[in-house]
Write a protein that binds this ligand. Sequence first.
Ligand code: ADP
Ligand code: 5GP
Length: 227
Amino acid sequence: MVTGQIQAWAATTFQKNKGFRARNLKIFRELETTGTPACKGRLMVISGASGSGKSTVVKRLAEDLRVSPYVSISATTRPVRAGEKDGEDYFFLSREEFQTLQREGNLLESAEVHGNFYGTPAKPVLEQTLQGRLVILEIDVQGARQIKERLPDAVFVFIHAPDMATLESRLRGRGTDSEDVIQKRLENARREIAESHWYDHQIVNDHLDRTLGELIALWSGLITQGA
Ligand code: ADP
Ligand code: 5GP
């Protein structure tokens, strides 16, 4: 179903943005002409407060050969953290570069999170969906809402830390953020958790292996439904 919705989204985007169509003509021709079966291409949206463990879980899922998902690489204006690589963890852009992508319709969704801009490049998501792979978007609740409006058949998963104290100690333990960034993320955490009620699945990330097991079970269910 998701594939059909992506076709509809792409068709609207064509009309609004001729430049985007021109740059991605090959993909859009395929979208318009192939009768891609509904079981092909699944989109899983994963959100959770900063420090809940989303990136860790998604990284582990990406290494699972059974699932072999395509994990979308977001564009962001946030500064690079130690150990992060441009084009692998994120596409690190200036505000001007980000706004150009946005203006030209190249982002599937975008949002301002913790004072920086983040967005999902549309092209690789479209390509990978067409190839029938599970596509994972690890994005905040504002972006997830935009995807829900455009592609309501995507599967929405919210990852929780066991409690706020654990969330805080994970944020500190990660050792990547300054104190004021940690405070901003904790403030935002309550707002994000309050949004979790509309997600299809809520997972408490207590033991990493159990969390992974739940996500893999979810993925197998999707494959079975689509078969
Ligand atoms: P997020 O992407 O949600 O901001 P991270 O994946 O960066 O969170 O995880 C935050 C910290 O918590 C990291 O140091 C990570 O190693 C740790 N962590 C993640 N999942 C677990 C878990 N199930 N148990 C203990 N620590 C965890
Ligand atoms: P971080 O800076 O810790 O990597 O991510 C901060 C927040 O931004 C997280 O909640 C993460 O899910 C969210 N995020 C990352 N990429 C995107 C994106 O492409 N779109 C949106 N809306 N949020 C994103």
